[in-house]
Design a protein around this ligand. Structure first.
Ligand code: ADP
Ligand code: MG
Ligand code: ZN
Length: 485
């Protein structure tokens, strides 16, 4: 029996999502990313003595939005707490967070791994302020602090230890990221650190229920890194226990270059932080009216949208899954369907040609695509041209490419380049006569019962008409001719 069979992993994730508010959580400074160091600062976020925080209402609305989407209970009354510790990027010496009374409690997220659905329970969501950033120079001789990020609002989203494999952890994170992007509260960018994940990992003997000693792993900046770091820890725990050792509760750092974790610090416990209610901020009261207001403004969520695409538009599950993986993609798809209501045809074009174009133009990782390479109305028109029999599917591919580069409408491109499908019988009959005359042997075989040859003849006629002949018409006329009608 290998260690992998003897032990089962237990994983709980803590996600920090930086919120897309214009200003910081307790002052009016800009919360945007990428400014020169220390440009977005003021006495409040620099932690000067005597200043007072003023809560940004938008942060509360965003937290409620997340809470409703995850089916948490929204606390009518929650509290701000000071989490005290020393670090150069935290000028006040404490971080304003929420502790015993967070704004959202409970809830769950449904994930799918290898086709199997699983419900992951959430513990809580709370609001807090981000810290600044220490920047160490390349020579290791100087360290600088950039306070731009100090006071940028965060949601900390904490799961129960319900995840049982690196793949489940990855699926949970992806589901959560899709959700926060749908809600337009976080850009979900793991590389820039606006969507960060600390992974808590332990193992226990298979079949037992008591939790083992956990470690917390930080510093992963991609989904792959999270999965690899967790897998690394699971293997390490199993090995240590197998050899009769014990796991030390600690915080470890993922080293992406060496693909290993190493100890960062022994884990502090809550009491080390001396949490206490922040005397500068009153308890947070969330009225039912505010919750109702946020609920009214909620977009349709990915799960509901997927279900609707399957039920109302008769799309296969797979299509619905891909199309709802981004809100802007689902919006685009629906805009094309509004222009031409052939959902499955639209889905094929969007999942194939449109996604390929996005990838080629490196747009597939943008937070929201507003400038689509091909306008939704134009794609609808293109598919309508196919369905009307005005152009063949093959010609449509050529037209699509040109739409992507010139931005022209399909009708204009088809007219300008003389691509209109030939639906007059005259030229088609002429082409058929030519093809049949060139292949008397195949004609004889067909007449002797080899029906499969029809496809060959259709292909030849299409070739002879440069792809412009109307395929159903070619089919009918060919059949008539071959049967000698
Ligand atoms: P801490 O006080 O160390 O932050 P918490 O109880 O707040 O610990 O839990 C933090 C995260 O760790 C949660 O996501 C929780 O589900 C997870 N967790 C708690 N205990 C374990 C364990 N034994 N193994 C794996 N994950 C755990
Ligand atoms: Mg914690
Ligand atoms: Zn400020």
């Amino acid at each position: 029996m290998s260690a992998g069979d003897r032990f089962e992993p237990v994983i709980g994730l803590e996600v920090h999502a930086e919120l897309l508010t214009a200003s910081k959580i307790f002052c009016g400074c800009s919360a945007s990313f990428g400014a020169p160091p220390n440009q977005h600062t003021c006495p409040v976020c620099l932690g000067m003595p005597g200043v007072l925080p003023v809560l940004n209402r938008r942060v509360v609305e965003f937290a409620i939005r997340a809470g409703l989407a995850i089916r948490c209970a929204i606390a009518p009354r929650s509290r701000w707490a000071r989490k005290n510790y020393f670090y150069p990027d935290l000028a006040k010496g404490y971080q304003i967070s929420q502790y015993e009374l967070p704004i959202c409690v409970g809830g769950h997220l449904d994930i799918v791994v290898d086709g199997v659905a699983k419900r992951v329970r959430l513990t809580r969501i709370h609001m807090e302020e981000d810290t600044g950033k220490n920047i160490h120079d390349a020579h290791g001789s100087e360290s600088l602090v950039d306070f731009n990020r100090c006071g940028v609002p965060l949601l900390e989203i904490v799961s129960e230890p319900d995840l049982a494999s690196p793949a489940e952890a990855g699926a949970y994170l992806r589901t959560l990221r899709t959700l926060v992007r749908y809600l337009e509260i976080c850009d979900g960018n793991m590389e820039e650190g606006s969507f960060r994940c600390d992974a808590n990992v332990s193992v226990r003997a298979r079949g037992t229920t008591a939790l083992g000693v956990k470690v917390e792993v930080k510093n992963m900046n991609s989904f792959r890194a999270v999965e690899k770091a967790i897998a690394y820890e699971i293997a390490r725990h199993a090995r240590v226990l197998e050899e009769g050792g014990t796991i030390v509760q600690e915080t470890r750092l993922w080293d992406a270059d060496r693909e290993e974790t190493r100890p960062m610090r022994s884990k502090e416990s809550a009491h080390d932080y001396r949490y206490f209610p922040d005397p500068d901020l009153p308890p947070l009261v969330v009225s039912e009216a505010l919750v109702a207001e946020v609920r009214r403004a909620m977009p349709e969520l990915p799960d509901a949208r997927r279900t609707r695409f399957v039920a109302a538009l008769k799309l296969p599950e797979y299509d619905a899954e891909v199309l709802t993986s981004r809100r802007d993609l689902a919006d685009y798809f629906e805009a094309v369907v509004a222009a031409h209501p052939n959902a499955k045809a639209v889905s094929n074009w969007v999942m194939g040609d449109v996604l390929r174009l996005l990838k080629e133009r490196k747009l597939d990782d943008a937070l929201t695509i507003t400038d689509w390479p091909v306008a939704a109305a134009h794609l609808g028109e293109l598919i309508a041209l196919i369905d009307e029999g005005a152009i063949s599917g093959k010609i449509a591919k050529t037209v699509f490419e040109e739409m992507g580069t010139s931005g022209g409408t399909p009708r204009a491109i088809v007219a300008a380049r003389g691509l209109t499908q030939v639906s007059d019988e005259g030229p088609i009959v002429a082409a058929i006569d030519q093809v049949l005359a060139a292949h008397p042997d195949k004609v004889a075989e067909f007449r002797a019962g080899k029906d499969k040859l029809l496809g060959f003849f259709v292909g030849q006629v299409m070739k002879a008409t440069a792809g412009k002949a109307n395929p159903p018409l070619v089919n009918r006329l060919l059949t008539e001719k071959l049967r000698g009608e």
